[in-house]
Design a protein around this ligand. Structure first.
Ligand SMILES: Cc1cc2nc3c(=O)[nH]c(=O)nc-3n(C[C@H](O)[C@H](O)[C@H](O)COP(=O)(O)OP(=O)(O)OC[C@H]3O[C@@H](n4cnc5c(N)ncnc54)[C@H](O)[C@@H]3O)c2cc1C
Length: 391
């Protein structure tokens, strides 16, 4: 049986980031294995994501995670270069624009104060300032908006995951393509993994970063994660009227849109009662026609004349307790770590979460940013850490 100091299950953004950060940490000299069942990432959220990064959150730890996220993405070409070959993670600092009616204005203002106190470059604009700065926007019904002038935008999640994997490999991480069937334990400790072909690999520490498959891998150990797969669509379209680059604009209705090169991508989360556990990757084009497009055309009049394009569906690892990540060791099993429940904002958190998991293993504690409040303890205690700005 082969043996590693650390085995990571799931090799997309979070697994690859943990592998990279651990391998890059001089305090760690052990052997690392990264196991991924589908390195094409055809169904991984990482590849199907809208790729947004923002500091416009309501929870301080989420703001801080995305501040590290943008710092990492800006430096990714240098940090993740292999033999001088720099990856392009497609970072565009196009900004986020959160819009609020009078009913949401106080919350927007409170969040803005929090975000700027932590160092985010967000400007608060009243309706007149919004109209002046974004002439393509209808400000009807709006009281205010917040715009990320720098540090917010979007990037290519697939490219980031591949660059992290390539760099991790260059730093000595072993990459394996295999389906993990089970996490093995003995006497309250993780001992390794069992693969679908029944072979076993021993591990000193196991990290499970398997996206929506994480709860299923942990359930046999008696660990109940409040995480479900929820389907989200991304629709693209072209617009007849040329517009300047549109930041990722979040309408008070919850519908979002942003530029993607010469076209636009958009989407929305459905109301809770119309959001069952996802069973497939089918796209409901009627959701675009009946819900998304009408809201967009009201907010951006040029979008009354559009040509719909490609659309796809992905699965959020949705945390039903508080729409925040669950990160770190499981209380009864200190050498079994998880990273799941990202509820649609996990891609931008992958640099910070990977760094945090690596610090726990290499240093025995969080060093750069304390992620303890995102730990599993709050699930057991029923103590939600609510994130209000879920898009
Ligand atoms: C439509 C959509 C839009 C999104 N938009 C954004 C956004 O704008 N900004 C943002 O920050 N986040 C966004 N997200 C969320 C983000 O994509 C995810 O939070 C993030 O990519 C999760 O990464 P992960 O590595 O944890 O999981 P995943 O990307 O799901 O990867 C898990 C990996 O584990 C592998 N795996 C699973 N089970 C096994 C097993 N048994 N054995 C081996 N391998 C296994 C899978 O093959 C997969 O590659 C979006 C998600 C979706 C679906």
């Amino acid at each position: 049986m082969s043996a590693y100091d650390v085995v990571i299950v799931g090799g997309a953004a979070h697994g690859a980031s943990a592998a990279y950060h651990l391998a890059a940490d001089r305090a760690f000299t052990g052997r690392i294995l990264l196991v991924e069942r589908d390195p094409t990432f055809a169904r991984a959220a990482t590849a199907l994501s809208a790729g947004g990064i923002r500091q416009q959150f309501s929870t301080p730890v989420n703001v801080s995670l995305s501040l590290y996220g943008i710092d990492f993405l800006r430096r990714a070409p240098d940090l993740l270069a292999v033999d001088g070959d720099q990856p392009d993670v497609g970072l565009v600092e196009g900004g986020y624009l959160f819009l609020a009616t009078a009913a949401g204005a106080d919350t927007l203002g409170r969040n803005h104060a929090l975000q700027t106190s932590l160092g985010a470059d967000i400007v608060h604009l009243d309706a007149a300032a919004l109209a002046a700065r974004f002439p393509w926007l209808s400000t009807e019904g709006l009281a205010a908006g917040c715009f990320g002038q720098t540090g917010e935008g979007w990037f290519d999640g697939y490219a980031l995951a591949q660059a992290l994997r390539r760099k991790a490999k260059a730093l000595g991480v072993a990459l394996m393509t295999a389906d993990v069937a089970a996490i093995e334990t003995a006497h309250g400790h993780a001992t390794g993994i069992r693969l679908a072909d029944s072979s076993r690999i021993a591990a000193g520490t196991v990290i499970v970063a398997a996206g929506t498959a994480t709860p299923r891998l942990l359930a046999p150990l008696g660990v109940k994660l409040p995480v479900e797969a929820r389907k989200r669509y991304v629709f693209s379209f072209a617009c007849r009227e040329p517009l300047p680059r549109i930041p990722l604009t979040v309408d008070p209705s919850g519908v979002y849109v942003r530029s993607e090169g010469d076209v636009y991508i958009c989407g929305a989360s459905p109301p809770e009662e119309c959001d069952p556990t996802a069973a497939d990757f089918e796209v409901d084009q009627a959701f675009f026609e009946e819900t998304v497009w009408p809201a967009l055309a009201r907010r951006i009049p040029a979008f009354e004349a559009i040509r719909p394009g490609r659309a796809w569906a992905g699965h959020y690892d949705f945390n039903t307790l508080d729409q925040n990540a669950i990160i770190g060791p499981l209380p009864e099993m200190p050498n079994l770590l998880v990273a799941t429940g990202f509820s649609g904002h996990g891609l931008q958190q992958s640099p910070g979460v990977g760094r945090g998991l690596a610090e726990l293993i290499a240093h025995g504690r969080y060093v750069s940013l304390d992620l303890a409040q995102l730990g599993y303890a709050r699930v057991i205690e029923g103590r939600p850490l609510i994130e209000a700005n879920v898009v």
